[in-house]
Design a protein around this ligand. Sequence first.
Ligand SMILES: Nc1ncnc2c1ncn2[C@@H]1O[C@H](COP(=O)(O)OP(=O)(O)OP(=O)(O)O)[C@@H](O)[C@H]1O
Ligand SMILES: [Mg+2]
Length: 409
Amino acid sequence: MRLVELKLQNFRNFAAQRLELKPRLNFFVGANGQGKTNLLEAVYLLSRGESFRPADREHLIRNVFEGQSEIGIAHRSNLNQAKLIATLDGELGRHLLISQIQDSRHTVELDGKRTGFSTLASQVPVILFSPESLAAIKDGPDSRRRLVDEGLLTRGRVGAQLLRDYSRTLRARNALLKQLMEGDSRASTRDSLASLTSIFLVLGAHLASERTKLLRDLLPFWREAFASITQRTPETLGLRYEVSGQESLDWTEAQIFDVMSHRQQELAAREVSAGSSLVGPHKHDLKFLVAENDSRFFASQGQQRALILAFKIAQINLHRTTVGRYPILLLDDVMSELDADKRSRLMQFLEGISAQVLLSATDLTWSQEFAPQDNAVFSVNAGEVRCVESRDRLDQMRSTTLGLRADVN
Ligand SMILES: Nc1ncnc2c1ncn2[C@@H]1O[C@H](COP(=O)(O)OP(=O)(O)OP(=O)(O)O)[C@@H](O)[C@H]1O
Ligand SMILES: [Mg+2]
């Protein structure tokens, strides 16, 4: 799928915006706080149903400044609905994707039919590169699990469904454990917990096994991508998936199930006193190894970013190999996080594939010109997006604006 047109209504700082996207590289350029991330967030939201940054749904709806009260306090009020409309080009023709956020509800329609997000993530797959995702090695196991789960979501409906089922079961199980922690002593609560625990362990082992399968598939792509970004030999790179601290990348689903069940029995009493599940894929860890060392303690920050960048590129290449098409790529402000060498290798990669790319940056001084028929530069300014066609044109506009400012002063 490729985005052809995007309309934003009352979304974040966009009142009403329509833009036509080009099939290859789309650069969104503007100063801080103008709406670049908001725009990429809109595309991500259309595919995933949730933002990649912490936000309540109501924060997604445009806030309107309504002047000041008598005592000088600024009044802001939320409009009650935001709407995102995307026209997409797919293998079987055009599609219309409409997403509405109203109060705390979010609904999506694809070609006029209500659609669940577990279907959409693989039908309109997007892969996001953000400064936060590049920091996943040092950030903590949650960010690293998200990296692998992103692969499961975009790979197909089964992975997305599994993730949803697991998180629902986990929430239900945690609610029961919390009830027990708070003194609920009914036999029926214990019985419900026992039957939910069996489902939970089966789903958990299945999810962990899907993750390890995906990681094994990604490994050769990751090594290759790392070699091309850093021009170094990648043999020493390894991935480690940990179930209760044990390396389990090559375990079967049955082995994972046995270890999880055993550990769950050991921790049963502690789960009740904690009021939450202490075993399961939400606790598993993914480690990126360099020469068998955990890169978190071994690699420099720049090297850690290169490892994650390579991991994302591996996901894109694996997706292309298994699904036959490229996902839509969203790169939010990542070029400023990379040194000149990695930046130009990443650009070479993006130029060399046929994926549609939406890339935000505060300037394009690092970039060359691209042919205007397939690529475009947009300026983003106070919630307004304008196509300026080329990088040169952007530079001209900038100098004119700066000239005007100088006159005013
Ligand atoms: N619900 C909302 N209503 C109105 N404006 C909003 C809303 N949510 C966020 N904004 C505004 O959007 C702007 C931030 O936009 P965004 O994060 O896209 O900036 P950016 O162009 O990516 O900047 P940077 O280069 O710093 O990353 C802020 O000015 C913020 O006040
Ligand atoms: Mg931003």
